[in-house]
Design a binder for this molecule. Sequence first.
Ligand code: IVH
Length: 691
Amino acid sequence: MNETSQAQAQAKQEHHNLVIEIRIHDEAYYQNDAPRVSDAKYDAMRKRLLALEAQFPILATHDSPSKNVGAKASGKFGKITHSVPMLSLDNAFDSSDVRDFSARVRRFLRMGEDEALPFTAEPKIDGLSASIRYANGVLVSAATRGDGRIGEDITANISTLENVPHTLVGENWPEVIEVRGEVYIDDVDFATMNAQQEHAGKEPYKNPRNAAAGSLRQIDASVTASRPLKFFAYAWGEVSAPLSDTQMGAVDNLKAWGFSTNDLMQICDTASELIAHYKSIEAKRSTLGYDIDGVVYKVNDLALQERLGFVSRAPRWAIAHKFPAEKATTIIEDIDVQVGRTGALTPVARLKPVMVGGVVVSNATLHNEDEIKRLDVRVGDTVEIQRAGDVIPQVLRVVDVKKAERPPAFSLPNTCPICGAEAVRDVDDKGNMDVVRRCTNGLQCPAQAIESFRHFVSRRAYDIDGMGAKQIEAFYQKGLVLAPAHIFTLEARNCDIKLETWDGWGARSAANLFAAINARRHIDFHRFLYGFGIRHVGHGNANLIAKHYLSFDNFLQVMTADNQDAARADLLSIDGIGEAGATALLAFFHAPQNMAVIDELLDQVSVIDAKVPDANSPVTSKTVVFTGKLEIMSRDEAKAKAQSLGAKVSGSVSGKTDYLVAGPGAGSKLKKAEALGVKVLSETEWLALID
Ligand code: IVH
């Protein structure tokens, strides 16, 4: 035996022993929650395994524990920050939404009706999106969408998909390219997979999408490898060089570089052509062999896409035209009342289970008491329900009244079914009654408190892994978490709590939870604000506020100042914040009990200032007002451009305004700016400034 083959034989033996040992520890940890070695020892074993595999790649077999992603300390997937956020899409539900979309794009770009504006139209695949990164043509990492900014590391899982190239083929691919698309399971494979599930006495998957999700998110990538996952490429993230001038050209390139793309993608020159293509795809839907839930339209010209940019989480240059919701009829067996985070009492119809679009539905929302009255729906009625995507199923109408004697009309109670406090419908200044009845007990109501904590730890707020509905309820019921700050003191109290001894917990899972909590002690301003669950302050508005005030201290000072009118005006000057949001924010920051919650929380966490989008631009942090007719850009494009350069766009002129950009026809705002000594620019001067 020569030296090399001797070294290889030794490595093989050592590798074999390590694999067995790591498997034993994995089982002890994952299955029995009873680790046998320290994390450090375990990590050292995995490190050695990887070193051996790097030296002798032949040892890196499919079933090596090295193929388990993130399987070490946390038993979860590692995280990957997307260098370019993964966006979602706005929806269109009918032809008029599609025409509006096309008109909106034209308006934004200041395009005339006669100017050509081609779009692409392609099926919207009902799967899970993934982003796959290639460096020098080699697959180096892959991630799920996650919250759009941070996804889970599924490199090993994605590497097992047959139609995902490990190395790019063809030529002229950029040095760095993130290919994005949808992971899915086709209909035939789904049927086979479910037959196997049932054969093995396991619960069948509800639909191909769920089966794909379950198959992709496997810590053990060899399980993923045994599942029939496929990938359609339709978009991209970071690229070191442009892919093409057009969407179609870029997708053609993706195909040339080894990806499966969708053959039904087509160029359409008008909204009518888009709608015609939608209809032709809808007609083929049942014969495609994979699930789709609509048609996606994208502006074909990539330079125009760039100008259009995005709002919140969705591009202005694309829209998903959804297929109509699927319907079914069933019987209402009962009506329950649920209490939500804001105290809203929501009537929920308990249904005789029925299949709708491949999923069994047994609950549907009845929204509120006005809706119940409008539908005149009662227990025992046969109703038509509809389910659209992930939206909660709804009751559309009563189709048949079964019994001659119907029970009396259902009415919501005047007291909260959970805590017994009064439940009322608010009346606004104008005497209009709110459609929603709410429990008046605030966080004293267990349902509101638990829902608020759920919101607090949810993905877009603190995003604490391992803190699900069940865990929150248990902590609340035991009196251990009664305010947000208490989540952060759990670990310090654990010598009394002994979480590791609770049913369903172990040393490792308790340690993981504490680690997940500690990881959030530094929290982004927008997440911190969104976490409070203030009405009308969703994650979009929280983001706008964070970008406007930059630091929470700064924001708090404005909110709690004596002059509430000034604070309101300041909030309203933020493009996107309306009266309802401003009122809710002021009310929240003027309630002493909320300030106590905030103070207590700030003892535990520190708030990270929002980032100025482009700290180097000449208009960073400047407040700009646009008025009059703009002649080069549309008002929307001008605003979007200013915001992307870090400027704040306001609707009104005040002493804080840095620039008024005035076009022809400017009136009172121009006069006010002149009176206040605000710098006034023409549109051309503004463009020269930001160029
Ligand atoms: S484009 C910036 N094209 O739909 C545009 N998305 O509802 C990114 N999806 O998150 C998306 N088929 O997971 C695009 N042909 C298609 C698609 C598609 C399915 C998914 C994607 C996205 C979601 C938005």
